[in-house]
Design a protein around this ligand. Structure first.
Ligand code: KG4
Ligand code: ZN
Length: 330
């Protein structure tokens, strides 16, 4: 029985390998994060990221294969992220996938990382409703789109500068929180009060975002009030972000009357964002679709599930690593 795709994800700072069946059941997924490698640099150091992937990738593959007692006859293909991401990191994944494919005699499929995020709500058997209004909020991307059917995407607006994830990470650094910054801000904000009035950039216009001004306002606030309680600063920052996101999604939902609102990307792990989305969907009388929290941040399970789409469409595969692969490219 060949019922599984082996997924490999190494686009940034997580080395992840998974086994996923066509219906989105995750049989195994192992992820090694590299926080300790990059902590001293306050961000991901690309060369160190590739070296850490190189050390981790085969042990992680082996760990995952133990879940099927090494029976590779169950694997019908290997799906690997080919972009967007850090070139050195992507190459470790793509080269490993090609070597395993050659050794095992299995096809290898190059997957767009963002198509992986798009498929993440369907992991572990969750259903999705279309048409949908989509928010992609990761470390590298922030955009609102209309999705008429699976994979059929019309981008309505994206960010002019920082992504949401990036701004969470930068504010975390200002507050002296460790890496990864997003979860630290999210947790700290839950304990604080949004007592500081911060700007809501572009809230009342269209679908585009701009987060760099908000980040600078937090820096000025910290200069002006060094004694401000970090939890209150985090809560004020998160409130401003969520307020802007909500306004954009309200606008898109009113314009497009979708059946659901879908939120994917690392920031969709945020408890506060998830609560806001649930409330927003209820307000509009539509469904909310979010990845299970374990599959919100980068992981190989979503890459394997996306690879099934490539296989089903009989696509000719492209294995060239592409750091700037477009959102809607295959
Ligand atoms: O999708 P992702 O794992 O990687 C990219 O493709 O970029 O997103 C990473 C981003 C980081 O900026 C991280 O701080 C943020 O997602 N993030 C969170 C949470 N978990 C991860 N932001 C807010 N709350 C979280 N719980
Ligand atoms: Zn990602």
């Amino acid at each position: 029985m060949t019922d599984l795709i082996l997924g490999i994800e190494t686009s940034c700072d997580d080395t992840s390998v998974a086994l996923v069946s066509r219906d989105g059941t995750v049989l195994a997924c192992e992820t090694r994060a590299q926080y300790s490698v990059h902590a001293a640099y306050g961000g991901v150091f690309p060369e160190l990221a590739s070296r850490a992937h190189l050390e981790a990738i085969l042990p992680v593959v082996q760990e995952v294969l133990q879940r099927i007692d090494g029976d590779i006859s169950r694997i019908c293909a290997i799906g690997v992220t080919r972009g967007p991401g850090l070139i050195g990191s992507l190459l470790v994944g793509v080269n490993t996938a090609q070597a395993l494919g050659a050794a095992w005699g299995k096809p290898v499929i190059g997957v767009n990382h963002l198509r992986g995020h798009l498929r993440s709500p369907a992991l572990d058997g969750q259903s999705e409703l279309f048409p949908a209004v989509l928010l992609l909020a990761s470390g590298g991307h922030t955009l609102v789109a209309h999705q008429a059917a699976p994979g059929q995407i019309e981008v309505l607006g994206s960010t002019r500068d920082d992504s949401i994830g990036e701004s969470y990470d930068k504010v975390a650094r200002m507050l002296g929180l460790g890496m990864p910054g997003g979860p630290a801000i999210d947790a700290l904000a839950a304990q604080g009060e949004a007592r500081y009035r911060l700007p809501r950039p572009m809230k009342n216009e269209g679908y585009e975002f701009s987060f760099s001004g908000l980040k600078s306002s937090v820096a000025r606030l910290l200069e002006r009030e060094p004694e401000a309680a970090p939890a209150d600063v985090a809560a004020s920052f998160v409130a401003a972000c969520l307020d802007v996101i909500r306004a954009k999604l309200d606008r898109a939902i009113e314009a497009r009357a979708p059946r659901s609102v879908v939120v994917v990307g690392g920031v969709s792990a945020s408890a506060q964002l998830r609560d806001m989305i649930t409330e927003l969907a209820a307000h509009h009388g539509i469904a909310a679709s979010l990845p299970p929290r374990a599959w919100a941040t980068d992981n190989a399970a979503m890459i394997a599930l996306a690879a099934w789409d490539y296989l089903d469409q009989g696509m000719e595969t492209d294995l060239r690593a592409r750091p700037n692969l477009a959102f809607d490219a295959w």
